[in-house]
Design a protein around this ligand. Sequence first.
Ligand code: IPE
Ligand code: IPE
Ligand code: MG
Length: 249
Amino acid sequence: MSMNSKNINSLYDSIDKDRLPKHVAIIMDGNGRWAKNRFLPRTAGHREGVERVKEIVEVSGNLGIEFLTLFAFSTENWTRPKEEINVLMKLLVEYLRKELNTLHDNNVKINILGNLEKLPQLPREEVYYAINKTRNNNKMVLNIALNYGGRSEIIKAIQSLIKDVQDAHVAIEDIDENIFSNYLFTSNQPDPDLLIRPSGEKRISNFLLYQIAYTEFVFTDVYWPEFTKEEFYKSIIEFQSRKRRFGGV
Ligand code: IPE
Ligand code: IPE
Ligand code: MG
C-alpha cells in the first residue's frame, strides 16, 4: 500500500461515522488562483474544479452525508467576463450530461438553490431535466447553488410569504422561524452543520445567510481544484473536534 493511500485510509478511519454532519455546504473557491499559479487560463481551474465536484459528491454519498450543498455560481458572478461565464455554463451542462446517470443510479436528488430563470436556455433546460429525473431519489440531496445570493433568497421568501398572507393562507401571528424557513430554497432541509471554504478567503460572500446561524465553519488554504477527499476528511475531523453549544452551556 502506498503512503498516500495509507494516509487516506487512516484519515477515513479517524472519522466518527456516528457523528457525521447531516448537511455539508461548500463554497467552491480558488479555481482562478489555482490556474494562475500554473500559468493556465482561469477556465482550466474551473475544469479541474469539476473533477473535485465529482470526487466530493461521490465520497459524500459513500460516507452517508444526507445533504451536500455546493456554491457553483453567485448572483454577483454575472459581473465576470462573458467568456468566463460561458465556460462555467458549458461546464455545468457537461457535468450534468456526463454525471446524471451515475448520480441517479446512486439515488442522489438534485436540487437547485437560486433563480434558474436568469440562466441561458441550454443550462436551464439541462438543470430542469436533472431535477425532474432525480426528483424521487432519497439517499442524498445535492443542492447546487446557481445564480444564488443569500439576500435575494431572503427577499424572495418575504415576497412569497406576503403573498400567502394576502391570500389568507398564512396568518401574520403564525409566522415563525419554521414557517419562514420553508420559503427558502432549502425548505424542509436541516441547516448546514458544516460550511467549508477553501482558497484562504474567510468570508461568506452572500452564501446561505439565514441558514448558517449555528453552522461550524472550516476555512482551508487549499484551492478548490486541490480539495481532494483527503481535505474533505480533514474538514470533517475538524468539525467533529468542535463543541457545539447552540447557545447553551
Ligand atoms: C470559484 O473560483 C468558482 C466560481 C466562483 C464560479 P474563482 O473563479 O472565484 O477563483 P478565484 O477565487 O478567482 O481564485
Ligand atoms: C463565491 O466565490 C462564489 C462561488 C464560489 C460560486 P467568489 O470568488 O465569487 O467570492 P468573492 O468574490 O471572493 O467574495
Ligand atoms: Mg473566488
